[in-house]
Design a protein around this ligand. Structure first.
Ligand code: GLN
Length: 290
C-alpha cells in the first residue's frame, strides 16, 4: 500500500480519547474523569485532542482504571483526589471520601466563629482533613487541632494541610493528634468550636455493603454499634473542652437528628438545633455550651 494509504489505516485504527470514551461501558462523566486523570488533560483538551492517537501505555493505564471502576472502586480513590469546599484534597483508601453535604458543617462552623479573633477549633475524626483544612483555609487566623485515631489518615490530612494551606498563616500550622476523640488533648485547652463528622452508620446497615462505602475505611463509617455511639462520646466529652459559649456541631445520619438533639439537651447544651443539607435532610446538629 502507498504511504498515504498506510497513514490513513494507522489513524483509522489508532486508539484515541474519542474511541476510548465511545467504547466505555462506564457513565460518560466517569469515563471522562478517569481519562483526564490518566492523560493529565483538562476537559477542553479532551475535546480539542480527542482524535489524536494515544500511546499504548496511556491506553493501558486508562483501561486498568476503567476495569477497577467497573468493579466498584470509588472514582476519588482511583484518581487520588476529591474536591471539597473549593479545595483539591488528596484521597486514599485510608480516609473517608469527602462528601458535598459535609460542606454544611464547615459553613456552620465558620458562622459560629464570626467575630471571634484567633478562634480555637477542634475537628474530631479528621480523616482526610477536609473539615479542618477547609476551616483553616477560610479562617487563616484560626488555630486548628485535628484528631484521628488512624495514623494513616493523619498522614493524608497532614499532606493535605501542607498542600492547601499557607505555611505562614497567622493561626500557624494545624496540630495533629493521634488519639481517640478527646483522649490525648491537653486538659487545659478550651475550644470555641468543636466539629466532627464521626462514624454514624449502624453496624448492620446494608449501605456498608454498597457503592463507595465498600472501599472506604469501615472505622470511618460505622461505630460497630447503633450508629450513635461515637456521637454520644463526642457530646459527653465536649463540655470539658469547650470555652464558655463555645459550640459543638456534628454531622449525622438522615434519621438521627432528633436523637442527637436529645443527646445535646440531656448534656445541658443550649441553642440546640439541626440544619438541613441541600437535599433537605437534617444533616448536622449542634448546640452551645453556656
Ligand atoms: N455520609 C456517609 C455516608 O452515608 C457516612 C459518613 C459517616 O459515617 N460519617 O455515605
Amino acid at each position: 500500500m502507498s504511504a498515504a494509504e498506510h497513514e490513513r489505516t494507522v489513524s483509522e485504527t489508532a486508539v484515541t480519547a474519542d474511541t476510548l470514551l465511545r467504547a466505555s461501558l462506564l457513565p460518560a462523566l466517569e469515563a471522562r474523569v478517569l481519562l483526564m486523570h490518566v492523560l493529565g488533560w483538562r476537559r477542553t483538551e479532551l475535546i480539542t485532542r480527542g482524535e489524536r492517537p494515544l500511546e499504548a501505555a496511556q491506553v493501558d493505564a486508562y483501561r486498568a482504571l476503567e476495569a477497577r471502576r467497573a468493579q466498584g472502586e470509588p472514582i476519588a480513590q482511583l484518581v487520588g483526589a476529591r474536591e471539597f469546599y473549593g479545595l483539591d484534597f488528596d484521597v486514599t483508601p485510608d480516609v473517608l471520601i469527602p462528601r458535598p453535604e459535609t460542606e454544611l458543617l464547615v459553613e456552620t462552623a465558620l458562622a459560629a466563629m464570626e467575630g471571634l479573633a484567633q478562634p480555637r477549633v477542634l475537628d474530631l475524626g479528621t480523616g482526610s482533613g477536609a473539615i479542618a483544612v477547609a476551616i483553616a483555609s477560610a479562617r487563616p487566623d484560626a488555630r486548628v487541632w485535628a484528631v484521628d485515631r488512624s495514623e494513616a489518615a493523619l498522614q493524608v490530612a497532614a499532606r493535605n494541610a501542607a498542600k492547601l494551606l499557607d505555611a505562614r498563616r497567622p493561626g500557624g500550622a494545624l496540630t495533629f493528634v493521634a488519639a481517640s476523640w478527646y483522649d490525648a488533648l491537653d486538659a487545659a485547652l478550651r475550644f470555641e468550636v468543636i466539629v466532627s463528622n464521626p462514624p454514624y452508620i449502624a453496624s448492620g446497615d446494608p449501605h456498608l455493603a454498597q457503592g463507595d462505602l465498600r472501599f472506604e475505611p469501615r472505622g470511618a463509617l460505622t461505630d460497630e454499634a447503633d450508629g450513635l455511639k461515637a456521637l454520644r462520646a463526642i457530646v459527653a466529652g465536649a463540655p470539658a473542652h469547650l470555652a464558655p459559649g463555645g459550640m459543638l456541631w456534628m454531622e449525622h445520619g438522615y434519621d438521627q437528628a432528633a436523637a442527637v438533639r436529645a443527646l445535646l439537651e440531656a448534656q445541658g447544651f443550649s441553642d440546640v438545633e439541626s440544619r438541613e443539607d441541600l437535599a433537605g435532610i437534617e444533616r448536622i446538629s449542634g448546640g452551645r455550651w453556656a
